[in-house]
Design a binder for this molecule. Structure first.
Ligand SMILES: CC(=O)SCCNC(=O)CCNC(=O)[C@H](O)C(C)(C)COP(=O)(O)OP(=O)(O)OC[C@H]1O[C@@H](n2cnc3c(N)ncnc32)[C@H](O)[C@@H]1OP(=O)(O)O
Ligand SMILES: N[C@@H](CCO)C(=O)O
Length: 390
């Protein structure tokens, strides 16, 4: 799926394809896995400022029951979209085996919802969206925190008729959003799945994130964030993705997969007359990852969401971790990838230990690192089926 960076240019409160944006309940005629849009009004932001006429994009699968009690919210990670799984015959989603008939999030039983995060570029209001003056928000897009996102999502839930989620679940930034939901809205989350993320972003996670945002900001095409209609800061975004992707994979995997091998016939140790040299395989791999993201993601959104993730701290304004988590009433499922070097399993254990009750950390065994929460979906599905969605 290729996403244009101008895709979020949704006229305020209107769906780009003419669908009614403010339906009160899911229209049963809308096929599963179709992007829908809802205008939730303006939002006062945690860090100050006001975002008017916010649109949230979402997809649903299954049917909401009469009392609205069978809904599961699946929260996507940093560059994810609403497309968790395929709908009626369309393309694969990013957690394909998680939801569907007979899947852990069984759509014969549950109503599954996925919402594009505030600030994103998969249909929700973000930096590429049109501001009230008719121009893209660009550099004027305010800092949105994960709490702002969950507040916005709570309004969407109201509009869909969901007063309390059967479960909220996500990995990485999706897990941070799920946790924030359980802490901000304890009476609206009955079960909570927090995968591959801790209770707050650590100094190291913030440091990796800063390097990524600076890579974009220092691209000559960035223009302070007002690049729409001109050349895009693709080199900066691709560099940001390279930095991020290294943190998403383990040293062991990179070494095992690529070693010191040359890419195809390219010879890294030989320069030609122009001084160019060939690439190591791992360089080519990172070039590919960077260039691929550029085809589907907006650089300003990347900064907005990275900074939202930097803001992740369930303790902010709520005392100690134990005090903050004492507000929750949900049953928790916590999981971590054993080889994750970005969100260490120890951070998941710290979270589990601070939660009320006796909470285990489920281990996802994967040699590749953080991205294991996306690639080891079979393993994760079995754990979710048994421990969160039974
Ligand atoms: C389209 C959407 O809607 S995306 C939105 C939802 N997506 C998400 O939420 C998650 C984003 N996705 C990801 O982070 C990743 O795709 C993951 C983690 C799921 C992929 O993990 P893996 O399956 O392990 O893929 P891996 O890291 O091995 O990358 C494979 C790619 O590298 C390429 N590659 C491998 N070796 C090399 C090399 N030496 N040189 C160049 N490219 C290489 C492969 O050809 C493949 O390319 P493709 O993805 O274009 O087919
Ligand atoms: N690779 C994933 C994981 C980030 O945590 C993404 O791009 O969203």
């Amino acid at each position: 799926m290729t996403i244009s960076v101008t895709r979020t240019d949704v006229p305020d409160g209107q769906a780009p394809d003419g669908q009614a944006p403010d339906c009160e309940r899911r229209d049963s005629r809308v096929p599963d896995g179709t992007v829908q849009y809802i205008n939730i009004g303006g939002i006062e932001l945690e860090a100050g400022g006001f975002l008017p006429d916010v649109t949230l994009a979402y997809e649903t699968w299954g049917t909401l029951n009469a009392d609205g009690s069978n809904a599961i919210l699946v929260e996507h990670a940093l560059t994810g979209s609403t497309h968790v799984t395929r709908g009626d015959g369309d393309e694969e989603g990013w957690w394909e085996q998680l939801a569907g008939p007979g899947a852990p999030a069984d759509t014969d039983r549950f109503f599954v919802v996925s919402i594009n995060i505030l600030g994103g570029c998969y249909g929700s209001t973000g930096p590429a969206s049109t501001a009230p003056d008719g121009k893209p928000w660009g550099s004027r897009f305010p800092l949105v925190t994960l709490r702002d996102s969950t507040d916005a999502e709570a309004r969407l839930a109201d509009r869909l008729g969901i007063s309390s989620w059967f479960a909220v679940v996500g990995g990485s930034m999706g897990g941070a959003r799920a946790l924030e939901w359980a802490v901000s809205y304890p009476d609206r989350v009955r079960r909570c799945g927090v995968i591959s993320v801790g209770a707050s972003s650590t100094a190291e996670q913030i440091a990796f994130a800063q390097a990524q945002t600076l890579a974009i900001r220092q691209d000559p095409n960035f223009n302070g964030g007002d690049y729409y209609g001109g050349p895009l800061p693709e080199a900066g975004l691709a560099l940001a993705r390279r930095i991020a992707h290294i943190t998403y994979r383990s040293a062991h995997e990179l070494d095992f997969r690529f070693g010191r091998n040359a890419q195809d016939t390219e010879a890294p140790l030989q320069a030609d007359a122009l001084g160019d040299r060939g690439r190591y395989q791992v360089e080519s791999y990172l070039d590919h990852q960077g260039n691929k993201l550029v085809q589907r993601f907006d650089a300003n959104s990347y900064i907005a969401l990275t900074e939202a993730l930097m803001s992740h701290d369930v303790c902010r304004g709520r005392g100690t971790l134990k005090e903050a988590l004492a507000r929750t009433t949900a049953d928790f499922f916590i999981a971590a990838v054993d080889s994750d070097r970005l969100y260490f399993p120890s951070q998941s254990r710290e979270l589990a230990n601070a939660l009320p009750g006796d909470v285990d950390v489920h281990v996802i065994e994967a040699p590749i690192g953080h991205d294991g929460f996306l690639t080891e979906i079979g393993q994760l599905s079995a754990q979710l089926r048994e421990h969160l969605l039974a």
